[in-house]
Design a protein around this ligand. Structure first.
Ligand code: SAH
Ligand code: SF4
Length: 353
């Protein structure tokens, strides 16, 4: 039995065989446009609603919901049907919201500074498990008086290691949920074959590359996959992606104290950013703390200094605020563990379900 959003149109048509033909559109739009559960589709006969609730169960069961004090960041911990766990983060801005979705339970890439990498790989998420994260977040954004404006694949997992399912989810999010590909960002640690496939895929999603180091010696250490796809190969794939899609590329740079926040790092980074057909935008993220990595993030003064060097070198950079740190929802902190009681504002509320 497929879960609610793993059921594609054909499977839904099969499920609705014997019903009037227009039911397929009605149910599909209800699930995707109205973000509704079958039981809420009051245009359907009661018995059919009940049958669909039964035969199209949701894939995600909320286990915990954490909110920061100001209520602008919400993190959900979900259990999947086989017991695997993932997290989703919703960030509210003034009138729009952004959801950060997971593409895998765990991650096999082994970046030492990342809580997901520290935990290792469990399994790929299905298309429906990805889409349902977006649907649930879009619903909450709507309840909170906002519109879900952006989807970023920056949660748990490496999206390009699960590209078939991720891409099917992107198509569904674009065509059926109505979040345009231009507002979808896929973040990758630098899987070159995946970047090349994205370039040819047809929908102009944004690409973010988690660089963190701009010379191979340091990047080999911080991001082990660099040994397979070194910087020269990675940059040439980035350039091709840029030429094929016309979408701006961004580099993610987690600033690690004394490690990649020196003047020489800024110079090397500037060279790579300016070496592309369109200069890359750099997102600076002071490294967030995780249990398995000893070196702290760069303190604010070093972050500012690094930002200044980049500016002087003609590189556009933004410092990302540490959203969600107090609930372990910030970049690299997703570990899919139930939060320690009392330590953080935690709630497993009826609303989450
Ligand atoms: N696997 C993908 C997407 C998920 S990680 C990738 O690596 O791009 C999302 C972002 O968080 C990446 O840029 C990643 O490098 C960054 N990140 C990981 N651990 C972090 C940490 N402890 N502090 C700040 N950013 C971190
Ligand atoms: Fe995986 Fe990205 Fe974390 Fe690296 S930073 S371990 S690729 S989730």
């Amino acid at each position: 039995m497929p879960t609610r959003y793993d059921c594609d149109r054909d499977a839904l048509a099969e499920l609705l065989a014997g019903e009037p033909r227009y039911r397929v559109d009605q149910v599909w739009d209800g699930l995707h446009r109205q973000l509704a559960a079958p039981s809420e589709l009051t245009t359907l006969p009661k018995a059919l609603r009940a049958r669909l609730e039964d035969e199209l169960p949701p894939a995600l069961t909320p286990v915990a919901e954490s909110r920061d004090r100001r209520g602008t960041t919400v993190k959900w911990l979900y259990a999947l049907p086989d017991g695997a766990r993932v997290e989703t983060v919703l960030m509210h801005y003034r009138d729009r919201s952004t959801v950060c979705v997971s593409s895998q339970a765990g991650c096999a890439m082994g970046c030492g500074f990342c809580a997901t990498g520290q935990a290792g790989f469990e399994r790929h998420l299905t298309t429906g498990e990805i889409v349902e994260q977006v649907v649930r977040a879009a619903r909450r954004a709507r309840d909170d008086g906002r519109r879900l404006g952006n989807v970023v694949f920056m949660g748990m997992g490496e999206p390009l290691a699960n590209l078939d399912r991720v891409w099917a989810a992107v198509e569904r999010i674009h065509h059926d949920l109505g979040v345009s590909a231009r507002r979808i960002t896929i973040s990758t640690v630098g899987l070159v074959p995946g970047i090349r496939r994205l370039a040819a895929a047809g929908l102009p999603v944004n690409l973010a590359v988690s660089l963190h180091a701009a010379n191979d010696a340091l990047r080999d250490e911080l991001v082990p996959i660099n040994r397979r796809y070194p910087l020269s190969v990675l940059m040439s794939a980035c350039a091709d992606h840029l030429r094929a899609t016309g979408r701006r590329l961004s580099f993610e740079w987690a600033l690690i104290d004394g490690t990649n926040d020196r003047a020489s790092d800024a110079r090397e980074l500037a060279e790579l950013a300016r070496g592309l057909p369109l200069p890359a935008h750099v997102n600076l993220i002071p490294l967030n703390p995780t249990p398995g990595f000893g070196t702290p993030g760069s303190p604010p003064a070093r972050v500012e200094r690094f930002h200044g060097w980049l500016r002087d070198l003609g590189v556009n950079a933004t410092v990302r605020r540490n959203r969600g740190v107090e609930i372990d929802a910030a970049c690299g902190q997703l570990a899919a563990r139930v939060p320690a009681p009392g330590r953080r504002p935690v709630e497993v509320s009826a609303r989450a379900r």
